[in-house]
Design a protein around this ligand. Structure first.
Ligand SMILES: Cc1cc2nc3c(=O)[nH]c(=O)nc-3n(C[C@H](O)[C@H](O)[C@H](O)COP(=O)(O)OP(=O)(O)OC[C@H]3O[C@@H](n4cnc5c(N)ncnc54)[C@H](O)[C@@H]3O)c2cc1C
Length: 303
């Protein structure tokens, strides 16, 4: 089936589904860049998501799964994809034991960390300031300030490429630096179980506050971006290498290497997809030439 035939098929089979056509992706990406998506669906729950994914598999259409769009750089041309956003409809969290939580993939890491804090469960303080969803976080093993999701996730539920539901324990999730078993697979993460550590809610809140201050002091949170543009190389830090090459403030059109944090490419106003790519490529070429280090984008690029 072509994409437009598949969209018509979905409309017939799932008339209740919230399905937007030609929906600008810039509305759903923290970079504020992204052209119209052929279809943009927001399932209201797991059952609807599962059925939608099965229908798309039957139509031989691989959806683009997104959470909060905070690690995405999307083309500003037509996005010929069926986008499925996991958000409000899949954002429940519940306690499943004294020190365990189960959360759906669409919950934001901020809300998840706050829920844990209120229940007096420590271990997610690092995640409170990461602006993505749990699904996006598990996908790339999000981390900050010495913590990573792999430290707390004990199992994840997902739909495989045949849209069958599976659960894998953490030992089989192949977690590594900004990587998981899901990073290179056509899978849909549905939720995860986490094990945390009982602690005083006020102490947890205080640690979250301290990390939020650190983040505000060092990151350009006032400008749209997708966070750290590059992964940490094997030697050194991307931001330090970029700074060392004198690239802070390097600009093409509306895209710029942040003056505040050289690891962030920011949208300083009206940046196009091509502007950001030009800055990314210039940074990669310059850092390689000047320091011999190859920088790999952390941001997922959707052409
Ligand atoms: C200001 C700022 C600060 C940031 N700080 C950090 C930080 O400290 N540490 C850090 O690790 N990251 C950081 N990030 C990056 C980003 O927030 C994380 O990578 C986050 O985990 C992405 O989640 P998301 O829901 O936004 O995913 P999206 O951007 O929506 O998607 C990212 C990738 O995950 C896939 N994906 C998302 N959800 C699912 C799912 N349910 N099933 C299957 N695949 C899925 C998408 O297909 C895509 O390939 C920052 C970003 C910004 C803008």
């Amino acid at each position: 089936m072509t994409l437009s035939q598949a969209i018509r098929h979905i409309e017939k089979q799932l008339p209740e589904l919230e399905l937007l056509k030609d929906e600008p992706m810039e509305r759903h990406c923290s970079f504020r860049i992204g052209g119209p998506a052929a279809a943009f669906a927001r399932p209201r729950g797991e059952e609807e998501l599962e059925y939608l994914c099965q229908l798309l598999a039957g139509a031989d259409v691989e959806p683009l799964i997104v959470g909060k769009g905070t690690n995405l750089l999307v083309t500003d041309g037509n996005v010929e994809r069926f986008v499925i956003q996991l958000g409000e409809g899949l954002s429940s969290v519940r306690r499943v034991g004294q020190d365990r939580l189960y959360a759906e993939a669409g919950i934001t890491l901020a809300r998840l960390a706050s829920a844990a804090q209120e229940w007096g469960l420590a271990g997610l303080e690092f995640a409170h300031g990461i602006p993505g969803s749990l699904g996006g976080g598990v996908f790339m093993n999000a981390g900050a300030y010495g913590g990573e999701l792999k430290d707390v996730v004990t199992a994840a539920d997902f739909l495989d490429s045949d849209r069958e539901r599976f659960r894998l324990p953490a030992a089989r999730l192949d977690f590594g630096y900004r990587h998981s078993v899901f990073s290179d697979a056509d899978t849909v993460i549905l939720g995860a179980e986490l094990r945390l550590t009982p602690d005083d809610p006020e102490a947890i809140r205080e640690r979250m506050r301290t990390l939020a201050e650190k983040r505000r002091a060092s990151q350009p949170l006032d400008l749209p971006s997708a966070g750290s543009t590059f992964k940490r190389p094997k030697t050194g830090y991307a931001a330090a290498l970029i700074d060392q090459c004198g690239l802070k403030g390097y600009r093409v059109g509306g895209a710029m290497v942040s003056e505040k944090h050289a690891g962030f490419v920011v949208n300083a106003g009206g940046a196009s997809f091509a502007d950001v790519l030009a800055v990314v490529e210039h940074v990669q070429e310059t850092v390689l030439r000047e320091t011999g280090v190859e920088l790999e984008p952390e941001v997922r690029i959707i052409q």
